[in-house]
Design a protein around this ligand. Structure first.
Ligand code: NAD
Length: 496
């Protein structure tokens, strides 16, 4: 945080179609995590900014919600074309402010882009139902209607995809939207909003404001906001869910996770190894679907350990903003780096076997933590239970699949779990017995595409309706039921 900064480096906000630089007391540094250089400053706004954005979004709702659905879809189609044309530049921007590799950043954009494509079908998606003759001469019909002003609060790890789980569908449904991106990665959100304006979105339909807890709390309590979509850590998700719900809003709040990769002795060794590498160390482990527990069942452990270590020897860590070919980038900031270093230090002090130490052989500049392997972790350990959110993988040794499932089902989180096997029976048992919402069978990161809900359970999600897919449409609309009685006996009687 800083108090005085260069005006040209302040991240602008968008309210009612106008970009401006707010004057605030504090700013958060936006870094290039690969170098540690400060590249921008995020203004930490307050409740007055929220109020201004709500006023603008409420005014825009009057006309946007009445625009015929195909006209709304036209703008989404234009947005889709612009996103496609700008996808490489967006990916490079993500790499610069988040630090993930260019290939990972391309995936971040692609996944968000797919939600816009899904939202282009809003005319079909938001159709209601009807049933003739539910009672004598009475027909029933449901209509899906927008809610009003909706707000989205997003984390730093997916600067494009996570905001795009939210605003394209909300806006397609006829709502207006206020996005509060992570103060650590606000630049991608700014570019996404500029492109939406270019696509012809009317002023005030999409607004972007910046800040932290003060702004989030103001969004949760503002009477002009009807629904809140949140993604971030479980502690904040729970807080936003409780505060927003207490103030009469619909809330969907995705939280943290602890995901396991269970490897059966009959798993295909090569594809399993590739999937483990991508899941545990992709995006430097900063994914809510990252596999952070590696559970080789029975005899498979030794070979798995040896092959994993050999593969990690070859991994190239470095400046993702200067080199498109590095395999793994930095973590987001010095706070994350220090926190992860501390996790490794504590493990060392407890005598845990550190088969690979990410504090060693890392670039000196920037916020790097190398791939780290803990071995022999048991289900009562902190490393088993807590989300670490970095490239730290804990190897656990269950004797049987039943034992692995039993241990995993004690976790409080419930985002993802993966099994690698050639056995349909093992896959079926795992898919049906594991206590979480997104299961992978021979898929390292079972994050659903835009057609499906992002379906976390337990402390990984608070609310009823998830983001994406038809659940997203349900979340951003409310149903009106119309019962109509039209009795033809009167005009018949009159001889008409
Ligand atoms: P975070 O919880 O620190 O921040 C998320 C958002 O909440 C940010 O916009 C931030 O400004 C705001 N915020 C932070 N502290 C707050 C507070 N005390 N009160 C109100 N608002 C506050 O999360 P992060 O570090 O940006 O992101 C990493 C976390 O997000 C991880 O736990 C990860 O698992 C989770 N995540 C979850 C999903 C999912 O779908 N479940 C997806 C991506 C990331």
């Amino acid at each position: 945080m800083s108090n005085s900064v260069e005006t040209s480096q302040i991240v602008p906000q968008l309210i009612g179609g106008t970009w401006s630089v707010p004057s605030v007391a504090t700013y958060t540094n936006v870094y290039n995590p690969s170098t540690g250089a400060v590249i921008a400053h995020t203004p930490m706004a307050g409740a007055d900014t929220v109020d201004a954005a709500v006023q603008a979004a409420s005014r825009a709702f009057e006309s946007w919600s009445k625009l015929p659905v195909p006209k709304r879809a036209d703008i989404l189609f234009r947005y889709r074309t612009l996103l496609e044309a700008n996808s490489e530049a967006l990916a490079r921007l993500i790499t610069r402010e988040n630090g993930k590799t260019l290939e990972e950043a391309r995936g971040d954009v692609r996944r968000g882009f797919e939600v816009v494509e899904f939202a282009c079908g809003i005319a079909h998606l938001s159709k209601g139902e009807s049933l003739a003759q539910v009672a004598p001469h009475i027909d029933g019909q449901t209509l899906r209607e927008p809610l009003g002003v909706c707000a989205g609060i997003s984390p730093y790890n997916f600067p494009a995809m996570v905001p795009m789980w939210m605003f394209p569908l909300a806006i397609a449904c006829g709502n207006t939207f206020i996005l509060k991106p992570s103060e650590k990665v606000p630049l991608t959100a700014v570019r996404l909003a500029e492109l939406f304006q270019e696509a012809g979105l009317p002023d005030g339909v999409f607004n972007v404001i910046h800040g932290g807890r003060e702004v989030v709390d103001a969004l949760c309590v503002h009477p002009g906001i009807k629904a809140i979509s949140f993604v971030g850590s479980s502690t904040v998700a729970k807080h936003v869910y409780a505060l927003g719900s207490a103030h009469g809003k619909r809330v969907q709040a995705g939280g943290g996770a602890k995901n396991a990769l269970v490897v059966m002795p009959d798993a295909d060794p090569d594809s399993t190894l590739r999937a483990i590498m991508g899941s545990a160390f992709g995006c430097a482990g900063q994914r809510c679907m990252a596999g952070s527990l590696l559970m080789g069942v029975g005899s498979v452990n030794k070979a798995l350990h040896e092959r994993l270590n050999a593969t990690l020897d070859a991994i190239r860590i470095g400046d993702t903003s200067a080199d498109d070919t590095v395999d793994m980038g930095p973590v987001i900031d010095d706070l994350a780096q220090n926190r992860l270093d501390n996790v490794i230090l504590q493990a060392e002090q407890k005598g845990i076997h550190i088969a690979r130490d990410g504090r060693k052989n890392r670039p000196e500049q920037g916020f790097f933590v190398g791939p780290t392997l803990f071995d022999g972790i048991t289900p009562d350990a902190h490393l088993f239970q807590e989300e670490l959110f970095g490239p730290l993988l804990s190897m656990v040794h269950p004797k049987t699949l039943d034992e692995a499932i039993g241990w995993l089902n004690r976790l409080n989180f419930g985002n993802g779990a993966v099994i690698f096997t050639s056995s349909g029976a093992a896959a079926r048992q795992f898919s049906q017995e594991i206590n979480c919402g997104m299961v992978g069978v021979n898929v390292g990161v079972p994050a659903p595409m835009s057609l499906f809900p992002f379906a976390g359970w337990n402390d990984s999600f608070y609310g009823d309706l998830h983001m994406q897919g038809t659940e997203g449409v349900q979340f951003y609309t409310r149903q009106r039921v119309v019962l109509s009685r039209w009795d033809s006996s009167y005009h018949r009687q009159m001889g008409w």
